[in-house]
Each structure stands twice: as structure tokens, then as C-alpha cells.
Design a protein around this ligand. Structure first.
Ligand code: ZN
Length: 174
């Protein structure tokens, strides 16, 4: 089932998500819905708060560049253990449609997290996947990528962000 994506400036995007403690069928169903929603929106990753669930869970397409992506990776309670190098490339967010800007992030990350059965694993990612993990962990802490854009560049985003705010107000009146 597709779930509606929470769109900026919805205040839920500022929430700090709580750790996942129940590794049950409900969690697996949520991961399935998140994967379906992410792929339908052509995203590479999605944090649970982006469909309104304030828990520290994310899904990511490890094989985003393949036609048959197979299963997505679901990661609970991710923690960054190590980071290496930096890269500045354009980034976007399914919760902030049509806004893209260059953001500097680590090029390589080592991350510890639990799978949907609660089993802890350590993962190494680089490039887009490292960026995706860091972006989703930011969501779990109520942070958005536009906050990482230098103030001067953020001025150029103001018009688009104001439009999203205006749309949000309109939608909220329905
Ligand atoms: Zn995002």
C-alpha cells in the first residue's frame, strides 16, 4: 500500500524519531509500504518519519541503478561508526519536492544498525548510498538537507520553499 509522503513544512519533519524496539510483523509491513512508496516516488531512500511514523527506521535501494532492484535494505536504529572523505553533489528530498541543492557530506560511512529481525550488522557504504544513509539519519533527528545548504545559497531556495509553505497552508484548510 502506498502511503502519503509528509511534505515540507509539515512540523512532523522536525520530530526526533524514537528507537525501534518491536521487531514484529507490523514493522516488516511498514518496511514494505515504505519501499513501495519510495519506489513509486523514484527515491533512493526513505525514513519512516516521511510517512508520519516517528521511529528510527529507513529503507534504501542498494541497487538503485539496476532495473530489477530486488529487496530494499531496511535499517533500524542506524548509528554512524566512522566517516571518511567528503563529496559535494546535488541532493534532493522526497519531502521537499522540486528543491535540489549541492550539499557536502562524507564520501564513505561505516554504519551499525539492526535489520527487521533486530539482528545487528555493520555496513560500509560510499558515494550516493553513504549520502543516502546520512540524509535519512538526519531525518530521524528532525533535520532536513536544506539546513546544510550555506546561507547564501539558501536565499536562492527561498522562493521554492515559500511556494511549498503556501501549498501546505492551502492543503491544511481542506
Ligand atoms: Zn529526505
Amino acid at each position: 500500500m502506498l502511503r502519503p509522503i509528509v511534505i515540507y513544512p509539515d512540523p512532523r519533519l522536525l520530530l526526533k524519531s524514537k528507537p525501534v524496539t518491536q521487531f514484529n510483523d507490523e514493522l516488516k509491513e511498514l518496511a514494505r509500504e515504505m519501499t513501495e512508496t519510495m519506489r513509486d516516488a523514484n527515491g533512493v531512500g526513505l525514513a519512516a518519519i516521511q510517512i508520519g511514523e516517528a521511529i528510527r527506521m529507513m529503507v534504501m535501494d542498494e541497487h538503485y541503478d539496476l532495473e530489477d532492484k530486488g529487496e530494499s535494505l531496511a535499517l533500524c536504529n542506524p548509528v554512524v561508526l566512522a566517516e571518511e572523505g567528503t563529496e559535494t553533489i546535488e541532493e534532493g528530498c522526497l519531502s521537499i519536492p522540486d528543491v535540489r541543492e549541492e550539499v557536502e557530506r562524507s564520501f564513505k560511512v561505516k554504519v551499525k544498525g539492526q535489520n527487521l529481525d533486530g539482528v545487528e550488522k555493520v555496513y560500509d557504504f560510499e558515494g550516493l548510498l553513504a549520502r543516502c544513509i546520512l540524509h535519512e539519519i538526519d531525518h530521524m533527528d528532525g533535520k532536513l538537507f536544506i539546513q546544510k545548504v550555506p546561507a547564501v545559497k539558501r536565499l536562492f531556495l527561498k522562493k521554492q520553499l515559500d511556494e511549498l509553505k503556501a501549498n501546505y497552508k492551502q492543503a491544511a484548510r481542506l
